[in-house]
Design a protein around this ligand. Sequence first.
Ligand SMILES: NC(=O)c1ccc[n+]([C@@H]2O[C@H](COP(=O)([O-])OP(=O)(O)OC[C@H]3O[C@@H](n4cnc5c(N)ncnc54)[C@H](O)[C@@H]3O)[C@@H](O)[C@H]2O)c1
Length: 346
Amino acid sequence: MNFMEMYEGKIVLVTGGAGAVGSNLTRALAQLGAQVIVLDDLSSAERWNVPSLPGVLFVEGDILDEVKLKRVFNEKPHIVFHLAAFFANQNSVDHPERDLMVNGMGTLRLLEYSALSGVDRFIYTSSGCSIYGSSAPLPLREEFMSLNLSSPYQITKMLGELYCNFFHNHYELKVVKPRLFNSYGPGEVPGQYRNVIPNFIYWSLKGLPLPITGTGEETRDFTYVGDIVDGFLRAGTMESAIGKEFNLASEVETSIIDLATMINEATENKAGVIFTRRRKWDTKTRLLASVERARELIGYNPSTPFADGLEHTIRWFHDNWELIEPSARFGPGISSAVREVTTVSK
Ligand SMILES: NC(=O)c1ccc[n+]([C@@H]2O[C@H](COP(=O)([O-])OP(=O)(O)OC[C@H]3O[C@@H](n4cnc5c(N)ncnc54)[C@H](O)[C@@H]3O)[C@@H](O)[C@H]2O)c1
């Protein structure tokens, strides 16, 4: 049976299913005939982003709330995709205790409930930027791990992997640990703590200069969310994935200055770019991963060219601008990056 057909009739819990990756995963699962329970407290997501499809049950709540956990595990999920997280680096620097509670304790609770209720599979969402530190050789491979991490988020995302290993070894819970790299695509609402791509598109559509925190020569391995979802769907059913960690990336390096130029051109934004100070936790000048292990284990094959993925994302912004614009959450002075830009340009 094809791995996609295996979701038909399955009950699947997606924590963080209103978020950037989770909303896309929820849609794909529902379209494959799964009954999807989304548990999300909407702390960094919008209700409108949860796909309204038959088979999707939305439960608003915190993964730390035992009542909500009992509610969703009462549905007896076969598979748990745990994506809810306190996102991401800068947010965790600003709020380290909440980061530990959600990413540490929250993940532990999900693992406990999953083990107790005997789920068939638990898929954790690990993070490439959290595991490898900033001095690993490129392309990043799974064997290399660093204890020199540069934000509380990186520490707690690694902690989640370590808890997964414990539950796998001690309780034989069938865990899988995909390590995501710079996901982007439709479904990610811009905001103070969000990633560079949605924020650049948002600012460019508003005719603002794109703030580059560094020299612009920094690179990232941007991975289209559709390719990430494909990796997740494989991770959720294939036997070969059990107990394993593997990168889900695109194996393509793109510099931030090239990204900014592409977005400004595609949106006809004439405001250009503006350079601002590098954030202290942002210690990675280059990010490029190898997906050899995922290719071998689960047949993962990221296939979306960056230009196409960017085009889909910009189209999503145009199509949903009336929802996106009021939902974009930026703190006082828009964001830490733009705050500095504002100061610099005065
Ligand atoms: N986006 C990336 O590039 C990337 C890279 C590496 C790892 N990841 C991981 O992938 C997962 C999904 O990332 P994303 O980009 O979709 O982020 P996201 O912030 O869009 O999604 C996380 C979701 O979790 C929800 N949430 C947060 N705290 C919660 C809580 N206490 N209880 C219930 N729900 C809660 C948020 O409202 C949000 O909908 C996260 O675990 C993240 O750490 C993402």
